[in-house]
Design a protein around this ligand. Sequence first.
Ligand code: SF4
Length: 365
Amino acid sequence: MTASQFDALVDAAETGLDSDTLTVDTDGETYDFAVPDGEYSGLSESELREAAAQHREYVAEWYFWHHVAPDAPERRAFLRWVERSDDGTVPERHERLHAGTTRRWGQLRIRVQLAEAGRRTYQVRHVDDEDEPVEDLAIHTDPLDAREIRKYDDDGRYRPLSTAPTLGRGWVFVDLTAAQLVSTVDTVYPATVANWYREREGELDVTHWHEAVSRQTGIYGVVETWDRGNGHDHVEWVAEACCDDSQCLKRREWEYDEETPLDVDGGAGRFPCREPCSLVVSAARKWTRIDAEDEQTYEFELTPSEKEQVEEIIDAVAEGRADEIREADFGDGANRWRARFLRAKRFDEDGNLGGVLTERPDEEE
Ligand code: SF4
């Protein structure tokens, strides 16, 4: 037990401390002190020191959560979740923390370990780098470094959506304090800790689609178009396209409106999404124009395999699989040579499928 821990304990006794695992009190002359493993009363200050030293794990635990961990309820709740602090007695938890314990948050793997005097030390890395030796990764200690890490994927492409499951690998944050851990997580996945906490407390304020879109300055008139025609099908398709777990790690909690849930599943992410993000709103806005066009009937000649190939190409692009198809895998409809073969066979020199012109009302004679 450190001197500052004991001083804090004596200070706490002045006003009386009654936590889950430790109570201490004083009548101005003597001290009462209790932990689950022992109870003492009428102690002098030096006897209190001895008793506290005997149960130093409890004192260290109380001190960490009340004097070291960040003084914000959502941050503390998150740190407690990280180390599963509801599971076991203080000595059991310390034993577990001594060996180190891990949690997953999106694509982050968080490791917490007990340090001196009950302090914790944290490490954060990509989940897929779980087994990599630290020395093989780029080592960081400043949470703000996460701003660069979250910007690009492993192919160097910009990530406009921080919760897309495309976080780059090859880095590790080491020796983080409790406050630094939360800052690092918050930098990689902004507001996820706060919204996760609000949801736990039953206080997540959700802004549903219709309300969110109505707020968009200057495009109020478009809202009706967005909702038009197929009821709220347009929103269903947007949510299915963008908010699926394969595209975003947040769990969509917003619906069409308060009374109209979407049929498409919100996903299984650990942290909630409380309103349509700007990327989704911007995509939906663009697609509204496409979706608002009148349908036309076209006639193409395709073999059954070619029709299936068109379907396979769309599917491969939608699933982000196109780049993974091997060059010699000619059986895959989205294989590049096979797609080029289809284009050579079925496109005219102006790029029209089957030589059929695209009909647009304003281009009609
Ligand atoms: S709106 Fe959809 S894509 Fe955007 S953050 Fe929420 S769940 Fe993710």
